[in-house]
Design a binder for this molecule. Structure first.
Ligand SMILES: Cc1cc2nc3c(=O)[nH]c(=O)nc-3n(C[C@H](O)[C@H](O)[C@H](O)COP(=O)(O)O)c2cc1C
Length: 198
């Protein structure tokens, strides 16, 4: 028997993305966002949902773009800070000692020390309620060489991203390898189709 927990914002897994923007004065800012994820394959798009109260919200509307830098585990402290402080009051790059780099395809900064970066051009703005969803087309992804395997493919175990668990408000690293996607369930697919044909 399941117990109802009510209408809450709990879904697993939830990422920790760092959204990079420039403010009106051209100062780089970075904020943590967990209400976010890939939302379309063609064109490749990523959505982040931000409250209007955040500094980043106005920055995205003004420059029509943003970056998402994905931090590795060793930067969990810095990422948390980026979700506590506002760029209105503090220079988060100066405080953390992290390096802002101007993106190649959009007018926004990314975090040099984080292994994976997505450059997004704003496509749609959806007013949902407390949060505004910014859907951005991914114009480029940049990865550190150290995050790639011998074949040049991105390797999650080298990126070492971490998750935010909204239930107990905690961060967790990625778990162990479980199996190949679009593959491990194939035996069930054959059984299902033979049942259908029966
Ligand atoms: C792990 C984590 C995830 C967060 N996710 C979001 C989010 O998805 N949307 C949001 O509006 N605020 C989110 N926040 C809060 C903002 O990061 C926080 O309000 C921040 O100060 C905003 O920065 P800014 O004012 O410089 O834009 C999150 C904070 C943390 C610590």
């Amino acid at each position: 028997m399941k117990r109802s927990l009510g209408a809450k914002t709990i879904a697993y897994p939830t990422p920790v993305y760092i959204v990079g923007t420039y403010d009106q004065a051209g100062r780089p800012n970075a904020m943590a966002a967990a209400w976010a994820g890939i939302c379309c394959s063609r064109p490749p798009c990523l959505a982040v949902s931000l409250r209007a109260a955040t500094y980043t919200h106005g920055n995205i509307l003004a420059r029509r773009c943003y970056t998402v830098s994905i931090p590795s585990e060793k930067y969990v402290r810095e990422a948390d800070y980026m979700g506590l402080a506002s760029g209105r009051d503090e220079d988060k790059f100066a405080v953390t000692g992290l390096t802002p780099v101007r993106a190649e395809y959009v007018d926004a900064p990314y975090v040099a020390e984080f292994p994976l970066v997505l450059e997004c051009k704003l496509l749609h703005v959806v007013e949902i309620g407390l949060h505004t969803q910014f859907i951005g087309e991914i114009l480029d992804i940049k990865a550190d060489e150290s995050a790639l395997d011998e074949a040049g493919h991105l390797d999650i175990e080298r990126v070492r991203p971490f998750l935010f668990a909204p239930g107990n408000q905690a961060y967790y690293g990625i778990g162990r390898y479980l199996g190949k996607a679009f593959s491990i369930g194939r035996d069930l697919l054959r059984r299902a189709s033979s049942v259908d044909k029966a």
